[in-house]
Design a protein around this ligand. Structure first.
Ligand code: ARG
Length: 551
């Protein structure tokens, strides 16, 4: 039984449906006045009455029962006091029976959602700037799956462009196979950096690079083989990171995949009268919409990033018939997405409205900016390894006798990196700080992981007795029940914070004796502990963060 629903069904307010009321009912942080509350401020307009009056009227009309025992009106709020033990019982039963499925659902049944994330560039370093798209995209993937959608994870590889001509030229001049086999992406990047240095002195190198790129396009055997090799090296390098972060993809169709799929797009644009010539280039004029033109073909006939994205969107619609197609890409590309979404709309694709740019802010380290060309790069792998190293140090200090230290340091370190990227507001630039993400007392993944370990140890010592029934529910217990009950709604509200639950559990742990309580209370508190552990694990799991048994 859904208590909120029960309350909503018994309230009549002019011009508002039961669902409207349901959505407005809150769980106030301060439970002195009531356990549930209905703020009446938004009702005021529809009902043309002061909120305080509306609240009084609703409270007076409400029929109490065994679920809601007391109703009062205070300052525009209607407050409801419920039978806490009954609510706790139902909530705990729900968590303990659904377990790792608690919070999941069929909301998205039959709906496919394409998620374009990580989308690395071949032969370019996988640096800290790719962290957010990778972990945010992966979390969105897991969350959609949990809620019953069919997600399609797409790594839209940056595997097309003149930089590959530069790399071939650099490799042929200064590279060696052994060196690259050994050094992987970093060695490739060193070649790329050298090319730019040398090309500054000798501009003819740029012509050579262009010629090599043309060779790739013309399917010259040697050049294509080199390019494929670069691609293989890159995927091997980034594969290690994806494995560490538990990130997966269903499709690796990158930019070059659309080489033969753009001609029909260009033809369609032309047919629909959308193409215009400008300085030899073919563009779609977007002035009317307050944007610079979207360039479709350069004056030499070459396609562009946007052309490929238009072809890719059409391909995805045809292939997956998506309900939504998400692009998890930094806000620096806002204009690009707005432009090509608009072009698709102008082409008459009614589904253009289902394309969503999920923007986020850039992550940087405390010590300043990066430049691929100049070789100033912060490799993501280094950041992850450093976090694991630091976690190892903290564990060695706090709990030197712990078994599996390496495994646990990995889980904690990787969790810290993921959490560090996800914790902040999605569209704000953030500075990554090792100390902050590995603070065991802060709002961090290791704090939550540590809470889980604490819950595990309580359960281990507590034995098998469980009970969802309590004679009375103390405030600390009630706070946990609230969080557990809200978890499904919170997930649907997107990736929100879950660390309040960990905080509340720790307060409960310190304030209320679990193991030394009388038998009945102890069994109830163990159930509460177990339910907390389940929900914390579910929450972390959706973000790609693991939970060690012990810490
Ligand atoms: N490879 C691009 C970059 O690193 C991101 C691609 C994003 N996806 C897309 N469909 N445009 O900037």
């Amino acid at each position: 039984m859904d208590f909120k629903r029960h309350i909503a069904s018994r309230i009549k307010a002019e011009g508002l449906s039961e669902n409207d009321i349901y959505a407005m009912i809150e769980l106030p942080p301060n439970t002195e006045m009531g356990d549930f509350a209905l703020p009446c401020f938004r009702l005021a307009k529809a009902m043309r009455k002061a909120p305080a009056l509306i609240a009084q009227q609703i409270a007076a009309d409400y029929r109490t029962d065994e679920i809601v025992g007391e109703v009062s009106a205070v300052n525009g709020y209607v407050n409801f006091k419920i039978d806490r033990a009954l609510w706790a019982k139902q909530t705990l039963e729900a968590v303990l029976s659904a377990r790792e499925k608690y919070g999941s659902g069929e909301d998205g049944k039959g709906k496919t959602v394409c998620i374009d994330y990580s989308s690395v560039n071949i032969a370019k370093p996988f640096h800290i700037g790719h962290l957010s798209t990778t972990v945010l995209g992966s979390a969105l993937y897991k969350l959609h799956k949990f809620l019953g959608y069919t997600p399609v994870g797409i790594n839209h590889l940056g595997d097309y462009g003149t930089q590959f001509g530069k790399l071939i030229s650099a490799y042929k001049r200064w590279g060696s196979r052994e060196e690259i086999e050994k050094g992987g992406l970093r060695a490739l990047n060193a070649l790329y950096v050298r090319f730019h240095e040398e090309a500054e002195k000798d501009p003819s190198l740029d012509d050579e690079a262009r010629a090599f790129f043309k060779k790739i396009e013309d399917k010259d055997e040697e050049s294509v083989a080199l390019f494929e090799w670069f691609k293989e090296l890159t995927l091997k390098d980034v594969g290690r990171i994806y494995e560490l972060l538990d990130v997966h993809f269903d499709s690796w169709a990158g930019e070059s995949f659309y080489n033969d799929k753009m001609e029909p797009v260009v033809a369609e644009l032309r047919e629909k009268g959308l193409l215009k010539e400008s300085d030899g280039a073919q563009i779609v004029d977007l002035e009317e919409y307050g944007m610079p033109p979207c360039i479709i073909l350069r004056s030499d006939g070459a396609s562009l990033y946007a052309t490929r994205d238009i072809a890719a969107a059409i391909y995805r619609k045809n292939t997956y018939d998506f309900y939504k197609c998400l692009y998890v890409v930094a806000y620096q590309q806002n204009l690009h997405f707005k432009q090509f979404f608009k072009v698709l709309e102008l082409m008459g694709k009614e589904w253009a409205k289902d394309l969503v740019h999920v923007a986020y802010g850039m992550v940087s380290l405390e010590d300043g900016s990066m430049s691929t060309r100049k070789g100033r790069v912060v490799y993501l792998e280094d950041v992850i390894n450093r976090c694991i190293e630091k976690a190892r140090g903290i564990i060695a200090e706090k709990n030197p006798s712990l078994e599996n230290k390496d495994e646990i340091a990995k889980t904690v370190g990787v969790g810290a990196v993921i959490f560090g990227a996800l914790y902040n507001n999605k569209i704000k630039d953030i500075t990554f700080s090792y100390d902050k993400v590995l603070n065991f007392e802060g709002e961090t993944s290791c704090y939550v992981q540590y809470t889980c370990a604490r819950a595990n140890s309580v359960l281990e010592k507590g034995g098998a007795a469980r009970s969802c029934t309590a004679a009375a529910v103390c405030p600390q217990e009630f706070e946990i029940v609230k969080q557990l009950a809200e978890f499904p709604a919170m997930l649907r509200d997107a990736l929100d914070k879950y660390e309040p639950l960990a905080q509340k559990f720790n307060k409960f742990y310190f304030d209320c004796s679990i193991l030394n309580a009388d038998e009945e209370t102890r069994a109830f508190r163990l159930s509460l502990t177990e339910a907390t552990l389940i929900v914390l694990k579910n929450a972390l799991g959706l973000l790609g963060i693991g939970v060690p048994e012990k810490m």
